[in-house]
Design a protein around this ligand. Structure first.
Ligand SMILES: [Zn+2]
Length: 359
C-alpha cells in the first residue's frame, strides 16, 4: 500500500480556491497513466485515459471525481497589533478548533513563504475566566491567530485572502491512518492507485476514463459541476469520505458506516440518490472478488455526485465512500482495509463495461 503518497497528500495544504499544491503533486503522480492531463478554468485537474482493448465507437465516458480541497480558512482581517482573524471555507465545528498550531500560506503554490501561527479563541485564560465565561462556547469569528511577529512584518508578509490550514502530521496507527484532509485526499490516493493498477496490469477497459481531481467541493460541489460539462460523462462516480460514528457518543442507527468493514456504497445523501444499477454493479463486483463493501446512507451532506448527476443532460451517478472517524477534524481516521477496498473496487469497476441500461 502506497502510504507515502497518502502521507504527502494529507500534509499538503489546499483549501477551496487554493488547490495549487495538491494539484501539482497529483500532476506528477498522473505522469504516464493518462493520455492527456490538463487544468480546467476553475482549477480542476482533468486526466483522460482512452479506452484500452475492444470498445464501443464512440466509447462510453466514465468520469470519476475526487475533490482536492480540504476545509480551512482564508485570512479575513489583520488588526493593528498584527493579530489575524479568519473566514472559514468549509464546515468546521468550533469544538475542534481550540489551541491549534496553524500554517498561513501567502503563496498558494509556494510553501517557502509559509509562516506559522497559534490559533485560539479571543477569550480570557482559565485563571481569569469566570464560571460564566467557561460555560460559553466561542464562535468561529472569535478565533484569533497570533504569529508573535511584529505587526509591520505581519502586514508585509500576510494579505487578506491568504490560505490558513491547521497543522497535523500524518499518523500511522497500525490498523488505521489518521491526519488532516483525509477528506478527501484518500479519494485522490485511491483514484491514482486504481489507475496505476490498471496500467501496471495492462488491464483492458472499454470506457474512456475522465479522472478529475476537482476544486471547491467543500463550498458547494463547484469544480465537479463545470468539469462535468467538459467530460459529458454517461456515468459519474464521486469518491469521497463518509461518516463513521461507531465510536462512543454515537448512536447505532446514526453510525452511517462501520470502521474496517469495507468501502461504503452510498445509497443516498443530501445531494444525490445513487443509480440503482451502478450500486448493484459495485456490490456484485465486491462479492465476486472478495472486496468487502457496506451499504450506507448519509443523513446530511453531499458529494460531487450531486453535481455530476445534474450537469448538462445528466449522468447516472454513484458515490464510493471511505468510512472516516472524526470527520472534519484534524484527527480524521481511515482504516487501511477500507482504503484498500476502495482502491480495489474502483479499479474493478473501471475495468468492467458499465451497465448499459439505467437502473
Ligand atoms: Zn469530502
Amino acid at each position: 500500500m502506497n502510504l507515502d503518497l497518502l502521507k504527502r497528500l494529507s500534509e499538503t495544504a489546499a483549501v477551496p480556491g487554493r488547490e495549487h499544491r495538491v494539484r501539482a503533486l497529483l500532476e506528477e503522480e498522473a505522469a504516464g497513466l493518462f493520455d492527456t492531463v490538463t487544468t480546467d478554468p476553475l482549477g480542476s485537474l482533468v486526466c483522460v485515459r482512452s479506452a484500452r482493448g475492444p470498445a464501443a465507437e464512440p466509447p462510453q465516458r466514465v468520469m470519476v471525481a475526487a475533490h482536492m480541497d480540504q476545509i480551512g480558512f482564508l485570512v479575513r482581517f489583520i488588526d493593528d497589533d498584527g493579530f489575524l482573524r479568519v473566514q472559514p471555507v468549509g464546515g468546521f465545528d468550533i469544538r475542534n478548533l481550540f489551541a491549534r498550531v496553524v500554517t498561513i500560506c501567502p503563496d498558494p503554490a509556494d510553501p517557502s513563504r509559509d509562516l506559522r501561527g497559534l490559533m485560539n479563541p479571543g477569550v480570557k485564560p482559565v485563571h481569569l475566566a469566570t464560571e460564566e465565561d467557561r460555560k460559553k462556547l466561542p464562535d468561529l469569528t472569535d478565533l484569533v491567530i497570533d504569529t508573535t511577529l511584529p505587526a509591520e512584518e505581519v502586514k508585509k508578509r500576510v494579505k487578506i485572502g491568504d490560505m490558513v490550514v491547521l497543522d497535523q502530521p500524518f499518523v500511522d496507527l497500525g490498523p488505521a491512518v489518521a491526519g488532516q484532509a483525509m477528506d478527501n485526499r484518500v479519494a485522490c490516493w485511491a483514484l491514482v492507485e486504481a489507475v496505476r493498477k490498471l496500467e501496471a496490469d495492462a488491464t483492458p477497459h472499454p470506457c474512456e476514463l475522465h479522472c478529475v481531481f476537482t476544486v471547491q467541493e467543500e463550498v458547494g460541489l463547484r469544480g465537479a459541476l463545470t468539469s462535468a460539462y467538459t467530460a459529458r460523462p454517461h456515468v459519474g462516480i464521486a469518491v469521497d469520505t463518509t461518516l463513521c460514528v461507531d465510536t462512543p457518543g454515537g448512536v447505532p442507527h446514526q453510525q452511517t458506516t462501520a470502521f474496517g468493514k469495507g468501502v461504503a456504497l452510498t445509497v443516498m445523501d443530501s445531494a444525490s440518490i445513487a443509480d440503482v444499477g451502478i450500486l448493484q454493479a459495485f456490490e456484485r463486483l465486491g462479492e465476486a472478488n472478495g472486496v468487502p463493501t457496506q451499504r450506507s446512507i448519509l443523513m446530511r451532506g453531499g458529494t460531487d455526485a450531486g453535481s455530476l448527476q445534474r450537469a448538462g443532460v445528466g449522468a447516472r451517478t454513484f458515490t464510493l465512500s471511505v468510512p472516516t472517524r472524526n470527520i472534519h477534524s484534524v484527527t480524521e481516521a481511515c482504516h487501511k482495509a477500507d482504503l484498500e477496498a476502495c482502491r480495489d473496487l474502483l479499479a474493478l469497476f473501471l475495468a468492467e463495461a458499465v451497465p448499459s441500461a439505467p437502473g
